[in-house]
Ligand binder design. Structure first.
Ligand SMILES: C[S@@+](CC[C@H](N)C(=O)[O-])C[C@H]1O[C@@H](n2cnc3c(N)ncnc32)[C@H](O)[C@@H]1O
Length: 238
């Protein structure tokens, strides 16, 4: 048996106030992992779309993924295991999260994974040099964050991406007017996820850093517009 991917904790991170206040039940509480680490449950929360969104992101990353990849924040379910399965021999995956309990859970899920590093960092301050990664994946994180943190997360994801590389954001999106999910999801999100409706109001491009240039933004929507995959590509030589 191989060794479990080690969790690197360079410095303790304080738990962001929005996580403690609004998401303690989903991520912070010691029982959260035990309750939510179920593929069927995360699929249910996304109305049966987890696999579709996961696979759409993986398809963009590539059948065979090379280079250095960053996943910003852990995800319940098998997204990261499937990403690891696609890594080339020379590829490296870094996953950062602000909660040790989430990184430890991911380490258990991955088991032996020599091409993966798990690190304790806040998405708003990744603490790595510029232009380190070929591709960056941010899966259902932005909707959990208040505006200022979300802006910093977007800026950090772009900062650490190489020229010619890209950032993939998968998240909520404003459903089409005729989509009945609007009626269900609007009160649900208002109640449980207080910042999520920002993704109904604004495009992710609204949170790009001021003065950011040479970026190409492409958006694909799913499930009557309730979900999006937005790709931000940095031009070569930018
Ligand atoms: C990616 S989001 C939600 C994913 C999705 N809802 C799921 O099924 O898991 C959840 C993760 O984001 C992490 N997270 C939240 N705020 C963060 C931050 N500022 N920096 C790094 N990780 C963060 C949480 O600790 C948690 O592991």
């Amino acid at each position: 048996m191989g060794t479990i991917a080690p969790v690197v904790e360079e410095a303790p991170q304080s738990v962001p106030a929005y996580l403690e206040r609004h998401y303690w039940w989903a991520y912070v509480h010691p029982n959260a992992v035990r309750v939510f680490e179920r593929q069927w449950l995360v699929n249910l929360i996304l109305w049966g779309n987890f696999g579709r969104l996961r696979d759409a992101a993986l398809e963009r990353l590539g059948d065979s993924i090379g280079g250095r990849i960053l996943q910003v924040a852990c995800v319940y379910g098998d997204l990261t295991q499937r990403l690891v399965d696609r890594l080339d021999e020379d590829a490296r995956l870094h996953v950062v999260d602000v909660l040790p309990v989430q990184l430890e859970n991911l380490a258990r899920k991955l088991g032996s994974s020599p091409r993966t590093t798990l690190e304790l960092h806040d998405s708003a301050d990744l603490n790595v040099p510029d232009g380190q990664f070929d591709q960056v994946l941010v899966f259902f994180l932005l909707h959990e964050q208040p505006l200022e943190t979300r802006r910093k997360t977007v800026a950090e994801a772009l900062r650490v991406t190489k020229p010619g590389g890209r950032v993939l954001f998968v998240d909520y999106h404003r459903p089409h007017l005729a989509n009945p999910m609007r009626l269900i999801m609007s009160p649900v999100l208002r109640l449980l996820e207080p910042f999520a409706l920002d993704l109904w109001r604004d495009e992710i491009s609204a949170w790009l850093p001021e003065g950011a240039r040479d970026l190409r933004v492409e958006k694909q929507t799913f499930f009557g517009g309730l979900y999006q995959l937005t790709e931000v590509i940095r031009a070569e030589g930018s």
